[in-house]
Design a protein around this ligand. Structure first.
Ligand SMILES: [Zn+2]
Length: 309
């Protein structure tokens, strides 16, 4: 049976990686992280307005096509391609959302069928103040909003980070995710995974753990609670987007990685993707411009990163 590449995440896990086959460490592998294709933001940003003027997204289509083509050419193939949120710009219930979603799916359908897609919900995908209706719509369109999966002995956790920003309209859903997360983190310890890695849209912090709250990070009390939960459970890295710039830093041994966007840039970075190599001892990552990825390839870099083991 042909699988629906947009419905891999169901029942809080990912169909592409059956757990019973993936619990054991085998050998180094790599995956691709992208963030914020956010169809429609470039037009809205150029006009200096945020909402309801995101009626064109030709440039984002072109950039995401370039990303997909670059990924398809990679040899060896990545284990998966994770998109860390803000898939489209139009918020739930706004005019251009359905068309942006349709066009993004059309571009992503061209991904090599051996490279599973992993989707993470962003604030634009479920709303800045998410409701259970908006989260339902997201799950129908892209799969579960939080889930976990194993790849070769490594546990991956996908979180709905907007529930940590504002859960005032769906408190029960936040509580359900919290409970699930605690169970997952306890399991991570117990099953002695090689590494545990988190994907979420909103960064815990942008540069250091003590920075002030702003639009682009998680507020301090929640941030510290999560950081401590993560480090206690042995989470090694958190990959995020949302900032439309590359950033990040360490907290104890936890690497907080903030990747710039496939789509609209808000800083000096290039449209790009992050390559993440997982070895027995390390998680090594590097951000590449789409142009470099499409034109030069990264075979040699991959080998070098694996050798850092
Ligand atoms: Zn965002």
């Amino acid at each position: 049976m042909q699988r629906d590449i947009f419905s891999e995440a169901r029942g809080r896990t990912l169909g592409a990686f059956p757990e019973e086959k993936e619990l054991q460490w085998k050998s180094p592998f790599y995956f691709i992280q992208g963030a914020d294709p956010q169809f429609g933001l470039m037009k809205a940003w150029a006009l200096g307005k945020w909402d309801n003027c995101d009626d064109e997204w030709e440039e984002e289509i072109r950039l995401t096509e370039q990303a997909v083509q670059a990924i398809n050419k990679l040899n060896p193939k990545p284990k998966f391609f994770v998109l860390c949120g803000d898939l489209v710009h139009a918020l739930p219930g706004t005019p251009w959302r359905a068309n942006q979603t349709k066009d993004l799916k059309k571009v992503l359908e061209d991904i090599d069928k051996e490279i599973p897609l992993v989707f993470v919900s962003g604030n634009h995908d479920i709303g800045n103040v998410p409701t259970s209706e908006a989260i339902d719509e997201y799950c129908q369109t892209w799969g579960d909003d939080y889930f976990s999966f194993w790849v070769g002995g490594v546990l991956f956790l996908v979180l709905n980070s907007q529930l940590y920003v504002d859960s005032s309209k769906c408190l029960n859903l936040k509580q359900a995710q919290d409970k699930w997360l605690d169970t997952q983190l306890a399991m991570a310890k117990e099953k002695m995974c090689k590494h545990a890695i988190v994907f979420q849209h909103i960064p815990l912090f942008l540069k250091n753990v003590d920075e002030e709250d702003d639009y682009f990070n998680i507020n301090k009390p929640v941030r510290l609670e999560l950081m401590n939960k993560f480090t206690n459970a042995g989470i090694k890295a958190v990959f995020s987007g949302h900032y439309h710039r590359n950033a990040g830093g360490f907290y104890n041994n936890l690497d907080m990685v903030v990747s710039s966007a496939i789509g609209c840039q808000l800083g000096e970075d290039t449209h790009g993707l992050r390559i993440v190599v997982v070895t027995a001892d390390k998680i090594i990552h590097r951000y590449y411009s789409l142009n470099k990825l499409s034109n030069e390839g990264i075979e040699k870099d991959l080998l070098d990163m694996i050798k850092q083991e």
